[in-house]
Design a protein around this ligand. Structure first.
Ligand code: ADP
Length: 196
């Protein structure tokens, strides 16, 4: 996992709470295939049926094996902006968190709030399941057409806000990885994380 050892960018977020409990969360940008990452959880940019699709969703179902689809049938879908958790089955990750990003319609139909809530609800599931490390793909920026620069700013801001909030409810999260598939996306994430 050299990509995990050598992130393109890295930042520590201080989530020390108002009782003085010290806690740092490390944010990393890497370029990788998310299905290869041996973290507690990887996030799937799913569609609302949770029954598989193209892009990262297809890659995750192929790597996890048919048990994932069978499990997802029991989840009864997922509304846009929300998240549901499953085992990782054959993946190196223990869990898959399935979230449904908004389709880009120009930005005036609640897309920024819905995209932010994908990250927030995914981080909330890490609290509920005692997850210490998680990787996100660039949700909504593929087939769903969300402009990458705007999506990246929302991803980073929402994760930082969410891990600070999660710390107040005893979060175990230590590491959040932004896993970019393309070099051009990774360069944008790198620049945006360094600017935080
Ligand atoms: P959406 O429908 O939410 O736009 P896509 O799967 O089409 O989802 O794209 C989301 C992002 O996932 C894109 O940046 C795409 O390049 C990326 N992606 C596709 N396959 C993988 C993979 N195996 N690992 C990580 N990211 C991936």
């Amino acid at each position: 996992m050299s990509s995990l050892k050598h992130p393109l960018a890295q930042k520590q977020i201080d989530t020390t709470d108002n009782q003085g409990n010290e806690h740092l969360v490390t944010l990393k940008v890497i370029q990788a295939d998310i299905t290869t990452l041996p973290l507690d959880a990887i996030v799937n940019a799913a569609n609302s049926s949770l029954l598989g699709g193209g892009g990262v969703d297809g890659a995750i179902h192929r790597a996890a094996g048919p048990e994932l689809l069978a499990y997802c049938r029991t989840l009864n879908g997922c509304p846009t902006g929300e998240a549901k958790i499953s085992p990782g089955f054959k993946l190196p990750a223990q869990y898959v968190i399935h979230t449904v990003g908004p389709v880009w319609h120009g930005g005036g139909q609640g897309e920024p709030e819905l995209l932010a809530s994908c990250y927030r609800n995914s981080i909330q599931l890490t609290v509920d399941n005692n997850i210490t490390s998680i990787a996100f793909p660039a949700i909504s920026t593929g087939v769903y057409g969300y402009p990458i620069e705007q999506a990246t700013e929302i991803a980073i801001a929402s994760v930082i806000g969410s891990v600070k909030q999660a710390a107040l409810s005893g979060s175990a999260i230590e590491e959040v990885v932004f896993c970019c598939f393309s070099a051009s996306d990774a360069a944008i994430y790198q620049q945006k994380l360094e600017a935080v």
